[in-house]
Design a protein around this ligand. Structure first.
Ligand code: 3PG
Ligand code: MG
Length: 405
């Protein structure tokens, strides 16, 4: 029996004044069919009241304790962007952002910078050297990964990203003595980058078109190469990841999962999600396990766009219809859920639990007929944590060990 975990990033939401969420009012016949044929519930990836990042949430859902294996978002983003890290490297997630001359953040995503412009600006950063420390930088749209390579570096530094607009870029501070040099290098690097990018021709062009210039990067999530048990060692299953964003690819690479690349899968609302569905079906017989992530609903949540989030969910339902025409209960257990909620009113992640449904031959089907935050609360799974997902699936596919004689 194969296992497919399908994660709609940022899926959950909070009811608006009409008591509706984008998921509840989206036209989603296939998601409702899966809920009707499966067993449903609510899930917090980490625990009740814990607001997860996509990184810690995916680790938990894959059965890894983030409190033990998580060493920062940076390395995961770097892996996902094709960078190999060496011992001593410090890696960061970065956003291309827009600041004014006083380093006040005007747009911490530089208008969700396009991929092509990001690649041009990437060349101004990648290859810099400061006080003997090499700077490596890769981008995928407004998102990027920064690696500092040199002597005497340490990942215990604070974020430069203030995580909101209209405040000053944070001065990077060391959290321990060993990190003083790293903090100093980063603060110098941001000033150098700002001076290189603020008058760059692509930014002059962007400002002429009324677009926010991408004139700085905002590092966050400093981390080092994590030591973690590979997925195959842990579960004796050959697995693959299908996704658009570097972070999830990076998690896959860190765990030794194959990353199935899909042309045009880019984590944005016009990502090639049907291409992801085709990639799954074309590779179905090659793997025991798949993790599929669709990112765009999370972006809509971050941008506070209710209608867009609803439309994206409807597009995903269409993608699921295609998948469900081509899989059957005799060979697949399918989990549909989210990694966290990204409520429109919050414009960031929240600890509101997400709906989850497990579909497959021997699940104890419940009375839930719709896939949303309210209906699934009445399902047979009740409430579970991310760490329970793989445990339940290993049991349903008769792969788990008996505890006791
Ligand atoms: O989209 C992502 O990469 C994260 O989920 C949110 O990061 P951001 O707030 O920096 O866009
Ligand atoms: Mg997420």
């Amino acid at each position: 029996m194969k296992i497919i975990i399908f994660i709609i990033d940022g899926l959950g939401d909070r009811p608006n004044e009409k008591g509706e969420t984008p998921l509840k009012i989206a036209k989603k016949p296939t998601m409702n069919r899966i809920a009707e044929e499966g067993i449903c519930g609510l899930m917090n990836a980490i625990d009740i009241g814990i607001r997860p990042g996509s990184d810690t949430a995916h680790l938990a859902i894959l059965g890894y304790d983030p409190y033990k294996v998580y060493t920062g978002r940076g390395p995961l983003e770097a892996f996902g962007l094709g960078l190999d890290l060496k011992e001593g490297d410090i890696a960061f997630r970065c956003n291309f952002a827009t600041v004014d001359d006083n380093f006040i953040v005007k747009d911490r995503r530089a208008g969700r910078l396009d991929f092509e412009t990001a690649k041009i600006l990437e060349k101004e950063i990648d290859g810099l050297e400061i006080d003997g420390v090499k700077v490596i930088f890769r981008s995928k749209g407004y998102r990027g990964a920064l690696v500092l390579r040199g002597e005497g570096l340490d990942y215990m530094v604070t974020d430069a990203d203030p995580h909101k607009d209209n405040v000053k870029v944070e001065e990077v501070k060391p959290l321990r003595k060993e990190a003083e040099k790293t903090a100093e290098i980063l603060n110098k690097l941001l000033k150098i980058i700002y001076n290189k990018l603020k008058d760059h021709p692509v930014n002059i062009e962007r400002e002429k078109k009324g677009l926010p210039p991408a004139n700085i990067i905002l590092p966050r999530g400093a981390g080092i190469v994590p030591k973690v048990e590979k997925f195959y060692e842990k579960y004796k299953m050959k697995g693959a990841v299908i996704c658009g964003t570097a972070l999830i690819k990076g998690i896959g690479k860190m765990l030794g999962l194959d990353v199935i690349e899909v042309e045009g899968a880019n984590g944005t609302p016009n990502s090639n999600i049907m291409g992801k569905a085709k990639a799954l079906l074309n590779n179905l017989d090659k793997y025991d396990f798949f993790l599929i992530n669709v990112k765009a609903a999370d972006e809509a949540g971050h941008d506070g766009k209710f209608e867009l989030k609803k439309e994206i969910i409807e597009k995903i339902d269409n993608m699921l219809s295609y998948i469900f025409e081509n899989i059957n209960k005799d060979s697949v257990y399918f989990v549909l859920t989210g990694d966290h909620s990204t409520p429109i009113e919050v414009k960031d992640h929240s600890a509101d639990p997400v709906p989850i449904v497990i579909w497959g031959k021997s699940v104890r089907k419940d009375d839930v007929k719709e896939f949303d935050e309210f209906a699934c609360a009445k399902g047979g799974l009740h409430w579970i944590k991310g760490e329970h997902v793989m445990r339940i699936l290993l049991d349903l596919t008769n792969r788990n060990e008996k505890f006791g004689a």
